[in-house]
Design a protein around this ligand. Structure first.
Ligand SMILES: *[C@@H]1O[C@H](CO)[C@@H](O)[C@H](O)[C@H]1NC(C)=O
Ligand SMILES: *[C@@H]1O[C@H](CO)[C@@H](O)[C@H](O)[C@H]1NC(C)=O
Ligand SMILES: *[C@@H]1O[C@H](CO)[C@@H](O)[C@H](O)[C@H]1NC(C)=O
Ligand SMILES: *[C@@H]1O[C@H](CO)[C@@H](O)[C@H](O)[C@H]1NC(C)=O
Ligand SMILES: *[C@@H]1O[C@H](CO)[C@@H](O)[C@H](O)[C@H]1NC(C)=O
Length: 442
């Protein structure tokens, strides 16, 4: 007879086998545009419609990350093949490291800071992120994290009803996949914490035609292929992304959607990932083409920098080797991409020095950015803010901060913000030629 322990172990291994092989995709909501209790956090307000700051090539950039898949595996999926016909496939795009977290951290703030783990980490408030660069130019932004329980949540994971199996719970949300959650400068600023939103907010913001101009989207840990596989993620894209491509409130006239993966799964091809540019900002004549430029996750920083004339962070976003811009955007903005003949190793686990390095001799202090570095935008300079306002009370691991459900702090703040830029723009306008520098999008 089996001992209880053996029975438990057997059950556990059966469960793993089941999880790996046969969990089928279940839509978390009735439609991508409808809120759902499966998303957990309620939403009872939306963002105001953004005042659009025009870019050279696009007015909106939406970065969607999936997980842990080799290029060849994604390329073999009929859904990815279908999507590839509507956009540009990047055949030389690479994750920065393993495991997940340094890849997301790099997208948010231009460095992995030596991290090679999924540990709960914080980055000091005087280290800037893409948010600082966008806000400086009045470009609206938000991060939408599926199954995050409330805005600005700082817990490591969140367990919610397992809508796939219909019973129990699963840790559908993971902070390690939240690009900005590690940055004290974002999560401890109440206004910014309110812009780190869940998918109920996404549905409401979308329906209100109020999606901001720069967006990170992270599907939950099953939809992004992390705990599942490419077939599951493909079914998710058929349910979620493909219909949204036909929705003008998502894919506006000048929208760029970058669909990518955080890292590869098996490693031999130096962390080669499938990256696809979609959306109406991609010229039709380039649909179905490929581009072999060497890219990394820092592309999600330098591409908006040249498009909107942003400043830069003076970290790996100013490292020419690591920071190539999407080819069609480089061409239109005059940015010269580097032909990278000997790409760095991005698939081992200890190579980069930084404050989070697991190797004692690689640990560095938190250094300021290189203020003399050259930005991708030739008119840009390195952004430095040593004293950003933060509220340490928002550092409440696992609790929902007050920003989420108060009456409507965001709307109030944004209204003021709108008024402030309108005033600035009027001043500019009065002294300028016949040119309307901003407009509401819909
Ligand atoms: C981030 O902010 C929290 C709350 O103030 C603080 O305890 C923590 O030390 C900060 N982390 C870093 C790396 O500065
Ligand atoms: C990393 O990629 C290189 C280049 O493709 C390959 O030679 C090496 O074996 C890979 N390393 C690992 C740990 O997979
Ligand atoms: C730029 O990136 C390359 C490749 O990863 C690396 O070898 C080099 O040290 C980086 N330079 C700086 C200044 O960080
Ligand atoms: C942040 O402050 C520390 C000292 O508190 C300083 O050493 C470091 O250079 C600053 N970093 C940035 C990015 O300004
Ligand atoms: C918003 O929703 C929360 C959670 O359901 C609720 O506590 C709060 O009263 C609502 N606020 C408004 C203004 O409707």
């Amino acid at each position: 007879m089996f001992s209880l322990r053996t029975a438990v172990l057997l059950l556990a291994s059966l469960r793993v086998a089941f999880a790996a092989q046969s969990v089928a995709f279940v839509p978390p909501s009735t439609s991508p545009t409808k809120p759902s209790p499966n998303y957990v956090g309620q939403s009872n307000f939306t963002l105001p419609r953004p005042i659009i700051q025009h870019g050279i090539v696009f007015d909106q950039m939406i970065v969607v990350n999936l997980e842990n898949t080799d290029f060849s595996v994604a390329a073999s999926s009929p859904v990815f093949q279908q999507l590839a016909r509507q956009g540009i496939t990047y055949t030389n795009s690479h994750g920065l490291a393993h495991p997940s977290e340094p890849n997301y951290m790099g997208q948010g703030g231009a460095s992995t800071f030596g991290l090679f783990s999924d540990d709960f980490e914080d980055i000091p408030a005087n280290v800037s992120s893409v948010v600082d660069l966008l806000e400086e130019k009045h470009i609206s932004w938000a991060s939408y994290q599926e199954n995050m329980p409330c805005n600005g949540y700082n817990g490591k994971t969140f367990a919610s009803f397992n809508y796939l199996t219909g019973s129990g719970t699963d840790n559908f949300y993971a902070r390690k996949h939240n690009q900005l959650a590690m940055y004290n400068s974002t999560k401890l600023n109440p206004r910014r914490a309110g812009l780190m939103r869940n998918y109920n907010d996404f549905a409401n913001d979308l329906n209100a035609a109020a999606l901001p101009q720069y967006i990170f989207m992270t599907p939950n840990i099953v939809n992004d292929a992390h705990d599942t596989d490419i077939n599951f993620a493909s079914a998710y894209l058929e349910y979620f992304l493909i219909p949204l491509l036909d929705n003008p409130k998502f894919n506006g006239p000048r929208t760029l959607i970058l669909l990518t993966f955080d890292e590869d799964e098996t490693g031999p091809e130096n962390n080669l990932i499938f990256t696809l540019a979609l959306g109406n900002a991609v010229p039709k004549k380039l649909h179905g083409t490929t581009d072999n430029t060497y890219l990394t996750h820092y592309t999600v920083l330098t591409t908006p920098q040249v498009n909107w004339g942003l400043n830069c962070l003076g970290r790996q976003d100013t490292n020419k080797t690591m920071a190539n811009v999407l080819g069609f955007v480089a061409e239109a903005t005059g940015y010269k991409n580097l032909v990278v003949k000997n790409p760095p190793t991005t698939n081992d686990t200890v190579a980069i020095p930084g404050p989070f390095s697991p190797i004692a001799s690689f640990v560095t202090p938190w250094e300021g950015p290189d203020i003399h570095a050259k930005c991708a935008n030739p008119k840009g300079h390195v952004y430095v803010n040593n004293n950003p306002p933060v509220n340490p009370d928002l550092y409440n691991n696992g609790q929902c901060p007050q920003v989420a459900f108060s009456s409507n702090p965001l709307l109030e703040w944004n209204t003021e913000f709108d008024a402030q830029i309108i005033a600035e723009q009027r001043k500019f306008h009065a002294s300028s030629f016949d040119f309307e520098p901003f407009e509401r999008i819909w």
